[in-house]
Design a protein around this ligand. Structure first.
Ligand SMILES: Cc1ncc(COP(=O)(O)O)c(C=O)c1O
Length: 457
């Protein structure tokens, strides 16, 4: 049994609350805690991406569904969930040992591992969070804007954030600037004009423009997915106004963007990403990065660690199921050691979604919302109007579509053919938003294509 080593306790009565101390130790001084629940990768055979063996062994997916919607809630790797389950049982076998003595050093260890192996940032700049929504709420509750101050977003910003920002701006008498991005986006030049180009006109020396205090950008917007050039935009913004707080919602980036490291974005102040989407981690896991000294952010739920430092404040938000975070040991192992890094799986997903979207666009004789070369693992392809009219039972060629029509079509795929695919209503057209992950194969998309062709009037 371990003895109390006399370590400083920063908060509460926890025997292991020396979080800041552990975070700030150098690599040579730091020693990882022992894992009482081991994760053994060697038991997994090597499976081909897209094979039914991989799908069966790595996911709990219901075989009866054609699952093309990874982008909504992600999927957790089966071995990761099984590992989390083992931690849950372990925690309950002696809760004090787990919560009072072990969990904090383990969470610090995860932060240190992810900061050095994945994100390439300092451990004191990284916090574990339940999800991006929590990180965003923490940001908003830490902001202190004055009347007349401005916040900049694109029209593609995640809808929940828009609602929260509108509410915040009413309360603070601040101003929300929402710049529209129009579709389609056909190539790199078009992309730059429609994104970076917007900043060229709003970041002038004008006194009103100087009131922009916060820029919030979604790296990959969920309804209209494409890769927003956050490197170029943040660089431009900071070159014009170093005092702007530049924030990126990278909910979809980890596991879907090649070389997604923080050190390549020196102009971003705050960024948060989910582990439960493309990284296939347990639900309720994500990371918040805050550049050292850029901004005093506090968690929207505060607990024992209050006033003990960034990492202490975020590490504990009251008693909850911390075993999910420990599942990240297994996720990390799978990505780094089973797949040998991010390149191969992400390359598979990119080429699958590109092949699928080209195939469907040609089959349906329609168009892309954004050219696939500008997207990551999600691409929107327009549905043929005649198919939509047939499904919604409206043959009035003059009438336009609506959000409700998208729901009818999505339900048609779900109930009539067990296809899980989201339908997006954008600028009066309906699009399928295709996702590709390592369990998808081209036949999944061919099936979708055939169902549409069989129902074209
Ligand atoms: C772009 C974007 N940001 C944020 C979120 C919120 O993620 P979470 O529910 O995990 O907080 C989502 C969820 O789909 C999203 O698509």
């Amino acid at each position: 049994m371990e003895k109390n080593n006399g370590a400083k306790r920063d908060f509460g009565s926890f025997h292991s609350s020396n979080v800041e101390e552990l975070i700030h130790l150098s690599e040579s001084e730091y020693k990882s805690p022992k894992l009482d629940v081991a994760f053994d990768l060697s038991v997994f055979e090597k499976f081909e991406f897209g094979s039914s063996d991989l799908k069966k062994n790595f996911f709990y997916l219901d075989e009866r569904f054609c699952f093309l919607n990874h982008g909504a809630f992600g999927l957790s790797f089966k071995p990761v969930l099984d590992y989390v389950h083992e931690w849950k049982c372990y925690a309950e076998s002696q809760p004090l040992r787990f919560y009072d003595r072990q969990i904090m050093p383990l969470l610090v260890d995860l932060i240190r591992k992810f900061s050095s192996m994945i994100f390439k940032c300092k451990p004191n700049e990284l916090a574990l969070v339940d999800n991006c929504t929590f990180a965003f709420n923490s940001l908003i509750s830490s902001l202190d804007l004055s009347p007349g101050d401005k916040i900049f977003i694109f029209s593609t910003t995640y809808g929940v954030y828009k609602k929260i920002l509108k509410d915040y701006c009413i309360k603070k008498k601040a101003i929300l600037i929402e710049e529209a991005i129009s579709f389609p986006i056909i190539d790199e030049k078009d992309l730059m004009q429609k994104t970076l180009g917007k900043f060229k006109s709003i970041l002038s020396e004008d006194e009103e423009d100087k009131k922009i205090r916060l820029v919030l950008i979604d790296h990959i917007p969920s309804n209209q997915p494409f890769l927003v050039p956050i490197d170029r935009i943040s660089e431009y913004c900071k070159s014009k106004r170093s005092d702007i707080l530049f924030v990126v919602d990278a909910a979809h980036s980890l596991g879907s963007v090649k070389n997604f490291t923080i050190d390549q974005y020196p102009n971003i102040d705050i960024m948060f990403t989910n582990c439960h989407k493309w990284f296939c981690g347990p639900k309720g896991t994500g990371f918040l990065y805050v550049k050292e000294i850029s901004f005093r952010i506090r968690p929207s739920v505060q607990s024992h660690g209050i006033n003990s430092g960034f990492n202490s404040e975020f590490i504990w938000s009251g008693l909850k199921d911390y075993a999910s975070f420990l599942g990240l040991y297994a996720s990390l192992n799978i990505w780094l050691h089973y797949f040998g890094g991010f390149d191969k799986p992400i390359e598979y997903c990119y080429s699958m979604v590109r092949q699928a979207s080209e195939y469907l666009k040609n089959l349906w004789q329609t168009s892309f919302m954004v050219d696939p070369s500008l997207c990551s693992t999600m691409v929107c392809v327009q549905l043929p109007d005649s198919f939509v009219r047939n499904i919604i039972k409206n043959d009035d060629l003059e009438s336009s579509f609506s959000y409700n029509d998208a729901e009818i079509v999505q339900n048609f795929f779900y109930f009539s053919h067990s296809i899980e695919v989201p339908i997006k209503y954008i600028q009066n057209s309906l699009y399928v938003r295709l996702s590709a992950h390592i369990y998808n194969k081209i036949e999944d998309y061919e099936f979708l294509g055939d169902v549409v062709m069989q129902n074209v009037e």
